[in-house]
Write a protein that binds this ligand. Structure first.
Ligand SMILES: Cc1ncc(COP(=O)(O)O)c(C=O)c1O
Length: 384
């Protein structure tokens, strides 16, 4: 039985939804994209949502919208997919990696504060990542950001459906924009919601929303009230800044809308799988993400463990057709970063985390038989 670390779950309703678009007048961005955006904004409790062709494009445009001064640095976690930091480099901006908390594996807020106090005025923003699905405490992060006049672009690619209780005991959904200026999501098939390729940015700022919309589509303005030049007639539209074609298609959006309807069962299933793993791992030497379970709702995109003999376990699982994965090599350890100014960067907790990290299978449609196979194999490995 082959088991991968993550995969999409496509049902007949998803297929019907896509087929309906194929039979309609729109294939590229049309009414299905707008519908998906509205449903998504409602689900996470934000005023606005803007769909993109993938989260990397969304992060790029997000950074362009928030960027105040390209000479000022952006603080980023190293334990993430490279795109979380690359989005700053796309614009020739400057990244500084901040070490992670050894328990949660999320960016360490105390280390952020240290950097901000050490070099006041050098930074413009923070890109925290809700690693594996565990939300960053953005209430605390916002306080820090406000003290230093920084923006927050939360990379919640792992954390749709996640959230936390703030100090007023109010549940803050990832993407609600209560504390983050922008929040970015991915719909790559290993994530909670699959659209093929796809991404989304949510915000409560009308100004940011309009700017995201414009940059997503070539920097072109179609609203006659916003024209710089006099209109030449009904057809007239004008390009006001250098933008991109980062649009999502209606085909992808139809799949997203259909998948979004099952988000809560998706999260429930992931929670159940995590609970079963945790139950077993209580009596094991393998360590997992530690956090206050009463405060945080982990979206569990990934189930990440820490094990001393990571390579041995990875190979053993593979021999048994279980395809685990490692998330992540600290971003600055990639050759591109090593060759472009980060060769001296050394963050102890991030590197220690990476040396032991392994993501066990975790996905919405995981069957009991698949889970049992993983667990039995883990037990076999540990009792050798
Ligand atoms: C944390 C994080 N940020 C950004 C991305 C980029 O997402 P996409 O593949 O949709 O461009 C990913 C995808 O793996 C991710 O895990």
């Amino acid at each position: 039985m082959k088991v991968s670390y993550g995969k999409q779950k496509i049902e007949q309703a998803d297929i019907d939804s896509v087929v309906a678009v194929l039979k309609s007048d729109f294939l590229t961005q049309g009414p299905a994209v707008q519908k998906f955006e509205e449903e998504f904004a409602k689900t996470v409790g934000a005023k606005y949502a803007v769909a993109f062709c993938n989260a990397t494009a969304a992060l790029h445009v997000g950074f362009k919208v928030l960027n105040k001064d390209i000479k000022k640095k952006v603080l980023v976690t190293p334990i993430t997919f490279a795109a979380s930091a690359n989005c700053v480099l796309f614009e020739r901006g400057q990244v500084e990696f901040v070490d992670v908390d050894p328990k949660t594996f999320n960016i360490d807020l105390a280390k952020i504060e240290e950097a901000l106090n050490k070099n006041p005025g050098e930074y413009q923003g923070i890109i925290p990542v809700d690693f594996a699905g565990l939300p960053v405490d953005t209430e605390e992060l916002r306080k820090l950001a406000d003290r230093h006049n920084l923006w927050i672009m939360e990379d919640a690619c792992h954390a749709i459906g996640g959230g936390f209780y703030n100090s007023a005991n109010q549940f803050i959904k990832c993407g609600s924009g209560i504390y983050s200026d922008l929040t970015v999501f991915s719909f790559h098939p290993v994530k909670h919601i699959a659209t093929g390729e796809g991404g989304m940015v949510t915000t409560n700022s009308e100004e940011n929303y309009k700017h995201l919309m414009k940059l997503r589509s070539h920097g072109i303005e179609r609203d006659s009230n916003q024209f710089v030049q006099p209109s030449h007639g009904g057809w007239y539209h004008e390009m006001q800044e250098l933008g991109y074609n980062y649009r999502m298609s209606d085909i992808n959006a139809a799949l997203g809308s259909s998948q979004l309807m099952r988000l809560s069962t998706n999260i429930d299933n992931r929670q159940k799988i995590a609970k079963k793993y945790k139950e077993y791992l209580k009596s094991s030497v393998i360590k997992i993400q530690e956090y206050d379970e009463k405060k945080f709702l982990n979206g569990y995109h990934l189930f990440v463990i820490q094990t001393e003999n990571r390579k041995e376990l990875y190979d053993f699982l593979k021999e048994n057709e279980i395809y685990s994965q490692v998330h992540y090599l600290p971003v600055y350890k990639h050759p591109y970063y090593q060759q472009n100014g980060f060769a001296e960067t050394k963050l102890k907790s991030a590197e220690n985390f990476y040396s032991k990290a392994l993501s066990l299978p975790m996905y919405h449609g995981m069957t009991e038989a698949e889970f049992d196979h993983v667990l039995a194999t883990l037990k076999k490995y540990e009792s050798r």
